[in-house]
Design a protein around this ligand. Sequence first.
Ligand code: AMP
Length: 358
Amino acid sequence: MKIGILGGGQLARMLALAGYPLGLDFMVLEPAADACAGPLSEHVTAAYDDPEGLEKLAAACGLVTYEFESVPAAAVERLGLSLPVFPPAGALATARDRNHEKTLFNELGIETAPFVEVHDLRTLKKAVAQIGLPAILKTRTLGYDGKGQQVIRSGDDLQAKWVAIGEVPAILEGLVDFDREVSIIAVRSVSGEMAFYPLAENVHHEGILRLSTCLPDDSHQPLAEDYARRVLKHMDYVGVLAIEFFQVGSHLLANEMAPRVHNSGHWTIEGAQTSQFENHLRAILDLPLGGTAPVGHAAMVNLIGELPDTSAVLQLKNTHLHLYGKMPRAGRKIGHVTVREDSERALQARLAQLQDLM
Ligand code: AMP
């Protein structure tokens, strides 16, 4: 079967890499001519909402998925008229809007940081009075990797902050003094089978994920799975879903969800029985899900902006290099490295060696 993917970046590329052993083919709809999934698929070079491009996908593919959540809703609706599109359109609509996703979390009994909607400078002032400072002003849509966000501290000029996020619908959210950031990768198939990977601890810098470390047997795993299960069932979800949390003591505050394979799950390629990419494909094809248990101790380091000496990386034992075929540019994710060792101690030692090369 041919799977259509909206978006042709590294997530589409890794989906294709996972899908070929299952006998699948891929077609991506992606406007960038040099899309890194292009060499692994039939590449339709057109805008995501281009009627002809969508028509090509609908005619050639058995089902469609996507690799990013800001896919135009109209494109998903149009495709949905002629073939299955997973994850479901409702999940996409919720996840693309921070106000909707946090409201849903709270409705499902999942804790979040306190947040309030902001429409203009007047409501921003009101929100600051309600939430207190420090706080973060975030655009409701199109924010990722720390984009569309401004931290507000006492004494800051609110007008300047409002202008800095582009004067668009937003939320103001309390700044959380978290112990750790963690995420869970969950997956649910068409027939409702569910599976959960071990939590990953995530380290961000300047809003961009740098390091994800798999946490086998973490004490917060049952709560994270319970929260993820509530979301999966409520949305009648199909595919991989990632939920990012701030861990504060025994609490998990949900920050955001991504209705797709996720950067904090890349460690699963070598570090779990079945990768998140393969399980996403199994889920949307209604195949049995693969095991999600960790294989050893794994961590993933993103390669951002520039490449290290790749032959030196390859000399490190138990280290796996993934290059996306993208031109290096400041702040751009151009690859990742996964380390898998037999013990936590060996993992930390290897990560230190890798860090010296970065
Ligand atoms: P986001 O785009 O919401 O995932 O935010 C990117 C990163 O900014 C998060 O992973 C955190 O490191 C940081 N961040 C976002 N929201 C908050 C918050 N309410 N409190 C503390 N840090 C935050």
